[in-house]
Design a protein around this ligand. Structure first.
Ligand code: UD1
Ligand code: UDP
Length: 356
């Protein structure tokens, strides 16, 4: 029996195709939601829209400092492991739930599979970078999304036979749901026309926690919105830190986080996406939609070398210019971002289980 783990918004999108493939192949699983994200719009809606089963176990850990949240997840997840004795724990991505559950399993000598291994921003101020490095170094099966992941893991001395380049399960979800998402015409609700609006998300602590940084973003978005309508589904972390600064954006449609289908439909027909998200850099590349990422680095370099992504530092003029700059090259879909990554993940898991 396998335990599959989700905790935060990007996990749902990355794990849904794996959970479904395991079910289709009758591989027994206990599906655990840590409750790191818990709001209707950050959690429940994804279960409905991605056709995910209800979690078998909900740990209800909620928010807290890094240590509090990680410790709460570990304590609760240890009990789950001791009750179910899984042969493997499957985690995805780089959030606190990923590391907490991987570490708990590893300490109980339970093998760990990490989906989206090997990505590196080389910026240890990012909590995600710590989560990625540590999870990779205690994992037994490492599934990579792009070739840079294989290179990093190799350079860090991780045995090659543990590493499997399978592609991107987040893009599996996109391929499955894109037609339905576009058919919803979610732009209609915002009174904008396809290809005539920008879509915005920000939630990285480096951008949204400090007042001065938020002011730069507000200035940049204010300028962009004078030339092009902007829709900004705002992450709870972002609005909770500086509500008064964000609310000053009069020309921008600030709305609550959107469901996956609405967001995907909006992304597919956006003129540009301005973001600091990890996953959205990949989704825009798969969609061929220009992405301006307001960060100094990315752990997803293939989105720049092959895709539509461009990094821009936190300066209002530069963000404004980038939002209207022409594409830098003809984008190409990265290798194995073909909608079949989850099948490849489960092939490897089945083989691994068969080998005992
Ligand atoms: C987390 C991940 C980040 C990921 C992001 C995806 C970590 C360290 N960070 O960041 O890598 O990119 O999720 O969205 O794991 N909150 C709510 N409702 C919710 C969830 C959160 O209001 O359902 C608010 C709370 O005020 C909370 C804050 O958001 O304190 C931050 O939540 P948390 O899960 O700690 O980190 P995120 O910023 O969401
Ligand atoms: N997303 C969504 N609704 C929103 C914003 C994002 O469904 O309002 C989806 C997006 O399409 C992608 C995922 O959430 O699949 C990315 O999550 P997020 O940006 O929160 O996390 P990150 O990828 O940065 O870790």
């Amino acid at each position: 029996m396998i335990i599959t783990v989700v905790g935060a918004r990007p996990n749902f999108i990355k794990m849904a195709p794996i959970i479904q493939t395991l079910r289709q192949r009758n591989i027994a699983q206990v599906f655990v939601h840590t409750g790191q994200h818990y709001d209707e719009k950050m959690s429940t809606i994804f279960f409905e829209q991605l056709n995910m089963p209800r979690p078998d176990v909900y740990l209800a850990v909620g928010s807290g400092t890094h240590a509090q949240q990680t410790a709460k997840i570990m304590t609760a997840f240890e009990e789950v492991c001791l009750t179910h004795h899984p042969q493997l724990v499957v985690v995805a991505g780089d959030v606190n739930s990923t590391l907490a559950c991987a570490l708990t399993a590893a300490k109980l000598n339970i093998p760990v599979a990490h989906v989206e291994s090997g990505l590196r921003s080389f910026d240890r101020a990012m909590p995600e970078e710590i989560n990625r490095i540590l999870t990779d170094h205690i994992a037994d099966l490492l599934f990579t999304t792009e070739e840079s992941g294989d290179q990093h893991l190799n350079e860090e001395g991780i045995a090659r036979d543990k590493v499997h380049f399978v592609g991107n399960t987040m893009i599996d979800s996109l391929v499955t749901h894109l037609n339905n998402a576009v058919a919803l015409e979610p732009w209609g609700k915002f009174k904008v026309a396809p290809h005539e609006y920008g879509l915005v998300t920000f939630h990285r602590p480096s951008n949204v926690d400090e007042t001065d940084n938020v002011k730069v973003l507000v200035e940049a978005l204010g300028k962009i919105s004078q030339r092009q309508p902007l829709i900004f589904p705002i992450h709870p972390r972002t609005i909770s830190k500086h509500p008064e600064l964000w609310s000053a954006l009069t020309n921008v449609q600030l709305v609550e986080p959107l469901g996956y289908l609405e967001f995907l439909g909006l992304m597919a027909k956006a003129a540009v996406v301005v973001t600091d998200s990890g996953g959205i850099q990949e989704e825009t590349t798969a969609l061929g939609v220009r992405c301006v990422t307001v960060r100094n680095n990315t752990e997803r370099p293939v989105t720049i070398s092959l895709g539509t992504n461009q990094l821009v530092e936190l300066q209002a003029d530069k963000i404004f210019e980038a939002a209207f700059a022409p594409a830098q090259h003809q984008p190409v879909i990265p290798p194995l971002w073909d909608g079949k990554a989850a099948a490849r993940v489960v092939d490897v898991i089945e083989q691994w289980l068969a080998n005992g």
